[in-house]
Ligand binder design. Structure first.
Ligand SMILES: *Cc1c(COP(=O)(O)O)cnc(C)c1O
Length: 362
């Protein structure tokens, strides 16, 4: 039986003019809509008290388990307004399935995929006016789940909160798409075999921040991680998967090994790039292959991908004692550009949705 979601509408939604000014320049993750979804899980009650309710701070006991032991997972996907005014999400079931896998790894209760999708739909319908129109704008959905039991014993919590919040998002590259620079992390790793690298859990991000900070200090935008065992194989960035375009027009992405986060953008590009006529290969990519390939021209383009930024060109790779650029390091390569456009066109309803990736919300 699926979860019943009660709707308690806000009596003080933001005025139209205020919402309009936010939607004109939404930025990312700064402003939230008028409502949120919450549902509670206990061993006896299962999932219950599911509701759409006014967006408000959560009150937490200082002993709340998540604040101490980080038993928390999250997801991210977007709702798009098409030219005819209808609103659609992109592969929300895939996010729901990944959320369930993350829950299993973090010993959190699984939320059925249909309830995950229904919760997001209920929030989007209630806050439909917050789905921006046009360009590359969207409404970013952030479902998350955490241990809310007030207890300091170390064991899976017996009181868990599921929550969905939403935030209007603008074009990621406000001043046009520009290649980013990447710092290779040689001291820190993101994920080890048997660890939580394939789960979308809060702690993975906490552990990557110092490496990201190092990247910024080194004058780079983002950090790339290698595998934790041999320190040889390219895995991914802190929150995006990687792709390499070779000089024979084939495309390569590091294969999933259990330590790489299985991006839905990554999976979608495997299919779309094939349709655009590229041979797509999932295999291990050595850091030497990246360095030497970029220098020799064997690697023509590098790009990163994820829900927030869609597809981000990578212009420069730097490490302690060296750096290499792909292409001229300044302009966006033709394959990167075509893949980015094809994906955005499906999401915004400008290209036929041949895979049934779009889910109509309202
Ligand atoms: C979320 C995430 C990605 C990208 O996943 P998408 O489903 O494409 O948004 C890649 N790497 C990490 C570590 C992530 O957390």
């Amino acid at each position: 039986m699926s979860l019943d979601i009660a709707v308690h509408a806000s009596t003080s939604p933001r005025p139209d003019e205020e919402r309009a000014s936010v939607l004109a320049a939404p930025g990312f993750g700064q402003t939230f809509t008028d409502h949120m979804v919450t549902a509670r899980w206990t061993p006896d009650g299962g999932w219950h008290e599911a509701q759409v309710r006014p967006y408000a701070p959560l009150q937490l006991d200082p002993a709340t388990a998540v604040l101490h032991y980080a038993q928390a997972i999250f997801e991210g996907f977007k709702a798009y307004r098409h030219a005819d005014g209808s609103v659609w999400t992109f592969r929300p079931e895939a996010n729901g399935e990944r959320f369930a896998r993350s829950a299993r790894r973090l010993a959190l209760p699984e939320l059925p995929v249909e309830d995950f999708v229904a919760a997001a739909d209920a929030l989007i319908r209630t806050d439909e006016a917050w789905v921006p129109e046009g360009g590359e704008k969207s409404l970013y959905l952030r479902p998350f789940m955490f241990a809310q039991e007030a207890f300091l014993g170390v064991r899976p919590a017996k009181d868990v909160l599921f929550c969905v919040i939403a935030s209007p998002a603008g074009a990621y590259f406000a001043r046009g798409v520009r290649p980013v620079s990447i710092w290779l992390s040689e001291d820190y790793t993101r994920a080890a075999p048997g660890g939580t690298g394939a789960a979308k859990c809060a702690g993975n991000y906490a552990a990557s921040l110092v490496a990201q900070q190092e990247a910024i200090e080194q004058g780079c935008d983002q950090v790339a991680f290698l595998d934790a065992v041999e320190r040889r194989w390219v895995e991914e960035l802190g929150g995006m998967n990687l792709y390499f375009v070779l000089d024979d027009d084939s495309i390569v992405t590091p294969e999933l090994t259990g330590t790489i986060l299985e991006g839905i953008t990554r999976a979608s590009i495997i299919q779309l790039a094939g349709e655009l006529g590229h041979k797509v290969e999932e295999r291990r990519v050595g850091i030497d292959e990246w360095r030497e390939g970029a220098a020799s021209g064997r690697i023509r383009e590098v790009f990163a991908c994820g829900t927030a930024a869609v597809v981000t060109p990578v212009g420069r790779l730097a490490w302690r004692g060296g750096e290499v650029t792909t292409g001229d390091g300044e302009t966006v390569g033709p394959v990167t550009s075509a893949v980015r456009q094809a994906l955005l066109d499906v999401q915004h309803g400008r290209r036929p949705d041949e895979h049934g990736w779009l889910h109509r919300v309202c």
